[in-house]
Design a protein around this ligand. Structure first.
Ligand SMILES: [Zn+2]
Length: 284
């Protein structure tokens, strides 16, 4: 497979992680309450430059044999380093019109931005787009409280504007998810609030194998190593921390593979408890 895609099976489900690109964030957006010295040391250990986090955007294509499902759509043309998802799909043999199901883990721009083109038309025009009902309602309400975000005002406004634009454009294509439910056979959406009000995780199950897609319940392996470190993009840090721990405990207890949209490509691996923390081992 070409660079930027990684294929594996979950039982009978053919899965391909597809890179939409990446974006460099100021590290204090990802780790707002981390001690700067501890953070610098953690970056040095990983041989990463301090100051910014180069964060991958990893979407998941699931082909069941009957259904073609895309989990998250990337950022579209938000930056010159994003918006590769359509090309990656085509290299994998899938045209946008072939995608019949889109699952949006939440309505942040790096997940929903690729679902709509610059003229406001749905990119995956034949697809039902699943999103949590409360997520849709939150971003399309006339007012919302974003005080929990540890981000600059300008960034908050960009989150609001992109979500509103995309959800308006997709309004006739949306299927709201109210509670845990099976989206297609073998693929369940699980409410995982905190990052956003209606953030969803996804559990794939087939032939005795399981993959838990965390979405943005964790955005960097350092949030596993340092469970006390918050993510500035979490709207409710305390709720997000509980959700993160629950999902990780479930993954470990049931020996699941784990995927996380922003973890180093191809963003799949396993988790193991280490005292109060977690260890991330990449690979399928
Ligand atoms: Zn994200």
């Amino acid at each position: 497979m070409p660079e930027g895609s990684h294929r594996f099976q979950v039982g009978s489900l053919s899965c391909t992680v597809l890179s939409d690109g990446y974006y460099a964030y100021p590290s204090e957006w990802f780790f707002p309450n981390a001690d700067p010295d501890a953070l610098a040391e953690a970056f040095e250990k990983r041989r990463q430059p301090p100051g910014s986090v180069l964060s991958p955007y990893s979407c998941l294509l699931i082909e069941t044999g009957r259904r073609v499902v895309l989990v998250d759509t990337g950022a579209g043309r938000a930056a010159c380093t994003t918006g590769a998802i359509v090309a990656r799909l085509e290299i994998a043999g899938v045209r946008p019109a072939d995608v019949d199901t889109v699952v949006l883990t939440h309505a942040h721009p790096d997940h929903i931005g690729g679902a709509v083109d610059s003229r406001g038309r749905p990119v995956f025009a034949n697809a039902i787009h699943y999103i949590a009902e409360c997520e849709r309602d939150f971003w399309t309400a006339s007012r919302r409280n974003l005080a929990g975000l540890q981000l600059p005002e300008q960034t908050r406004r960009e989150l609001e504007d992109t979500a509103w634009f995309a959800l308006q454009a997709l309004r006739h294509h949306l299927e709201p998810v109210e509670r845990e439910m099976e989206i297609v056979p073998g693929v369940r959406a699980i409410p995982a609030p905190g990052h956003t009000p209606g953030h969803l995780a996804l559990l794939l199950e087939s032939g005795g194998e399981q993959l838990l897609n965390l979405g943005d319940a964790a955005v960097h392996p350092l949030h596993l190593e340092h469970p006390e470190w918050e993510n500035g993009f979490d709207l409710a840090s305390d709720v997000a921390a509980v959700t993160r721990r629950k999902l990780l405990e479930r993954a470990e207890a049931e020996q699941m593979h784990v995927m996380a949209f922003h973890f180093p490509f191809p963003s799949v691996g396993r988790v193991e408890r280490r005292g109060a923390a977690w260890e991330w081992t990449p690979g399928w």
